[in-house]
Design a protein around this ligand. Structure first.
Ligand code: DGY
Length: 320
């Protein structure tokens, strides 16, 4: 039987590409070049499936133009906001993602964002690298502790729940808002809020863990930031789209917020210049899932989904 052909849009970990090459005709991207839409469409001419990342914008228009032979889009990501699911459904293209395997890495990174923002990590690092560290004093580089603080989590899915678990190691009091309340035996003492109005005033630190959906665009806006305690800290390891960045920048400039820790932005990688000017923001370049363990596991999960699709089985992680 002929092996199906899979277009792999970006360079994947060695072991993942080796498994793919064993089981499929892989069209690889050894230089890891970001394809333009037209290039991507050209590459799909011979493909039965695409294995894209969140860097490929599979809008309704792009999906409409995919050749008929494309049967599946097996995303190498848990987030699928780059991919128009309704358009894929209309074309009868199966779409999958890679949940679960990113959870620990992303929760770990969320704790890093909290600590980095609260303890002024990038400000300190920049000072040293610029050769400007001249002295020590009791008032030097004073931040805040996260231990015993109140953490609010918006979006208590897999990553939110593990962030809460890790935060309990810092004896934080956990509050959360989610579309649905968790089963009480999964709450482990976390306090549920059915709206943001009751939760935000209680958050010393607010962590964004909700997916980017039409209803979560700019969810953290000026009005919501205003409801946080003065000097609160905001961290975002979900998607840039869920935060109104202008409102965030304004609050960081005014001192309404003490600090922010960000791994995701609206227009990656061309992020707003204002972030560069602010000392009280700890910035990382979308590396929530960037661990060797997780990047391998994401690839295997995407391949498991493709294997199921081409064997005529229902893939585990079907989202469309
Ligand atoms: C994800 O999987 O959604 C990460 O953000 C990397 O794409």
């Amino acid at each position: 039987m002929n092996k199906p052909t899979v277009l792999v849009s970006r360079k994947l970990p060695v072991n993942v590409e080796a498994r793919l090459a064993r089981d499929y005709n892989g069209i690889f991207n050894p230089d890891d070049r970001l394809y333009s839409t037209e290039e991507l469409l050209q590459q799909t001419a011979q493909a039965d499936a695409i294995l894209p990342c969140h860097t490929e914008h599979l809008s309704a228009e792009v999906i409409e133009r995919l050749p008929d032979r494309v049967r599946a889009i097996a995303n190498y990501s848990v987030g699928v906001d780059h991919c128009d699911l309704e358009a894929a459904k209309r074309r009868g293209i199966v779409v999958t993602n890679t949940p679960d395997v990113l959870t620990d890495a992303t929760a770990e990174l969320t704790i890093l964002l909290m600590l980095g923002a609260a303890r002024r990590a990038s400000e300190g690092e920049r000072l040293i690298r610029a050769g400007k560290w001249t002295t020590w004093s009791p008032a030097f580089m004073v931040g805040t502790e996260i231990t015993h603080k109140r953490l609010g989590i918006i979006g208590m899915g897999r990553v939110g729940q593990v962030t809460a678990k890790r935060a309990r190691g810092f004896e934080m009091e956990i509050h959360y808002h989610n579309r649905r309340r968790l089963d009480p035996n999964k709450e482990n003492g976390a306090i549920y809020h059915d709206g943001l109005a009751s939760m935000l005033p209680l958050c010393d630190i607010l962590a964004m863990h909700c997916p980017s959906l039409p209803e979560t665009q700019d969810l953290l806006n000026a009005e919501h930031i205003d409801q946080l305690p003065d000097g609160a800290i905001v961290v975002n390891s979900a998607r840039g789209a869920v935060v109104d960045e202008d409102a965030l920048i304004e609050a960081l400039k005014s001192g309404k917020l003490a600090a922010a820790g960000l791994d995701v932005y609206k227009n990656e990688p061309n992020i707003k210049r204002d972030f560069f000017e602010l000392d009280n923001v700890f910035l990382l370049p979308h590396v929530g899932s960037a661990t060797k363990e997780t990047r391998d596991a994401m690839g295997y999960r995407a391949l498991d989904n493709l294997d199921a699709i081409f064997a005529g089985r229902e893939p585990k992680d079907r989202v469309a």
